[in-house]
Design a binder for this molecule. Structure first.
Ligand code: SAM
Length: 281
């Protein structure tokens, strides 16, 4: 294979030159490939869609994690749904106040293969004593668990195959019921330039699930083709969305970040006019 071609969109594809295919298989849930590329380092793709690369993963993982954690301010119990590559887990564990991170991933092979072929993403996080890994469907876990959380992070694949259930109103309703007072949920909501309906549907379902505040913010991830990636932000604590950069900085931003800053946190919630027209936000 000289080129990996992503066919997420019917009329537009991205190609990434392949230096070496490191692993390829069909797990019980999805097709999985890891390859080395000159342009983006190591790349993980599931069902033919780029999930993460070692060169630009920090953008997505820092924004999906530090925005809710700093908006909350004193999270102790954190839930990650999906995130099998370990990037979100690594970022959550940078917060010393977090006592336990429960990660619910449907496909154990994603974790094992990412530890083996993309070790820089988890960077040892799966072995952290504060990390509890549950191999299960995130929707079933949210429906059945009695546990409660300060922050819930949904790092899912796109609404295709096993990931589809993680974009449902029922799932959002269950997750909201598991959030403690002041709780915040963030969700991977796709690329609105190509699929504005994906973002619109996710926001509408989060509102229908009862969240008092539903908003979204952006992260510029080069290998998520089509422009800025939209991330959903939902909470019943309106104050968590009103913080300015000084408030956020005062809460203690972890050292060593390469994309997240308090100023980026605030600015990332600015929306283009065309999307305000479509989402009302
Ligand atoms: N950053 C990527 C993106 O934005 O598309 C997502 C990365 S992560 C690899 C996505 C993870 O979600 C995968 O490990 C996949 O196995 C997991 N996943 C998909 N459906 C799931 C479900 N129903 N419950 C739990 N995990 C799920």
């Amino acid at each position: 294979m000289d080129w990996f071609e992503e066919r997420l969109w019917p009329d537009w594809a991205q190609r990434i030159r392949v230096r070496e295919v490191l692993y390829r298989s069909t797990t019980a849930h999805q097709d999985l490939i890891v390859f080395e590329s000159p342009a983006w380092g190591r790349v993980l793709a599931l069902d033919g869609v780029v999930q993460t690369t070692t060169m630009d993963e920090f953008v997505y993982h820092e924004m999906l994690v530090h925005v809710p954690l700093l908006a909350h301010g004193h999270a102790e119990e954190v839930l990650i749904v999906g995130g099998g590559d370990g990037g979100c887990l690594r970022e959550v564990l940078r917060h010393p106040g977090v006592r336990r991170v429960t990660q619910v991933e449907i496909d154990a092979s994603v974790i094992e293969l990412c530890k083996r072929f993309l070790p820089s993403l988890s960077d040892g996080a799966f072995d952290d004593p504060r990390a509890e890994i549950v191999i299960a469907d995130g929707a079933a876990f949210a429906r059945e668990t009695a546990r409660t959380f300060d922050v819930a992070i949904v790092d899912s694949t796109d609404p295709l195959g096993p990931g589809e259930v993680l974009f449902s109103e029922a799932f959002y309703r269950d997750l909201r019921a598991r959030l403690r007072p002041g709780g915040v949920m963030t969700t991977q909501c796709g690329n609105p330039v190509m699929r504005p309906d994906e973002l619109e549907n996710a926001l509408a379902r989060q509102r229908a699930a009862g969240f008092a505040l539903v908003d979204y913010y952006f992260a510029a991830v080069p290998t998520y083709v089509g422009g800025n990636m939209a991330l959903g932000f939902a909470t019943d604590d309106l104050e968590s969305r009103r913080l300015d950069a000084a408030d956020l900085a005062a809460r203690g931003v972890p050292a060593g970040l390469r994309y997240y800053t308090p100023e980026m946190h605030v600015a990332s919630f600015a929306h283009p006019a065309w999307l305000v027209g479509r989402t009302g936000l």
